[in-house]
Design a binder for this molecule. Structure first.
Ligand code: AR6
Length: 175
């Protein structure tokens, strides 16, 4: 499934994919980081639709239109806040990727881009988060051939190296 997973460096708000995923908070009413960038680029229509959704629990996902973004839809998911790793953080983070991809399938979407959920303000260690992102996505793609491509959007060169290494390791393990 590696051929269906792509790593790019840059700003997720610029991507013309079917859906970009937002690393939101439980209110779904905006914030800093990638959430702030997505709301700024999408314009006020996004916040207006988010107000109708009634928030979102950690590990769950909800979908809206993309408004002024080049992406058609935004899938909002809420990652776990890192509290040392013994508070179901890995399960919650895996659920974010799975539920986001399930929503994409449900809406007939074929290309999805993820930021590194929880690795900013929420403090999840980058490499551990990346392993979950890549392994959960690979498992989902195996079971759902209708998804054509998943892009992991990295904000820094350091993040790109982590994703490349983790994806390489995963490929080795599958041999
Ligand atoms: N494109 C791609 N990645 C980005 C962008 C961007 N434009 N901007 C930041 N990143 P964070 P979290 C990366 O903090 O940890 C918000 O206030 C960033 O470098 O955005 O899940 C929400 O409202 C990092 O690797 O999300 C919540 O309250 C990754 O995106 C809270 O932050 C995620 O960092 C969620 O925290």
């Amino acid at each position: 499934m590696r051929h269906k997973m792509k790593i790019v460096k840059g700003d997720i708000t610029k991507l013309a994919v079917d859906a970009i995923v937002n690393a939101a908070n439980t209110t779904l009413l905006g914030g800093g980081g990638v959430d702030g960038a997505i709301h700024r680029a999408a314009g006020p229509g996004l916040l207006a639709e988010c107000r109708t959704l009634g928030g979102c629990r950690p590990g769950e996902a909800k979908i809206t239109r993309g408004y002024d973004l080049p992406a058609k839809y935004v899938i909002h998911t809420v990652g776990p806040v890192w509290k040392g790793g013994n508070n179901r953080e890995p399960e919650t983070l895996a659920s974010c990727y799975r539920k986001s991809l399930e929503l994409a399938v449900k809406h007939g979407l074929k290309t999805v881009a993820f930021p590194a959920i929880s690795t900013g303000v929420y403090g999840y260690p980058k490499e551990q988060a990346c392993r979950i992102a890549v392994s959960e996505t690979a498992a989902f793609l195996n079971a759902h051939p209708e998804i054509q491509e998943v892009t992991f959007v990295c904000f820094t060169d350091g993040d790109v190296s982590v994703y490349e290494r983790v994806m390489g390791d995963l490929l080795q393990e599958q041999k």
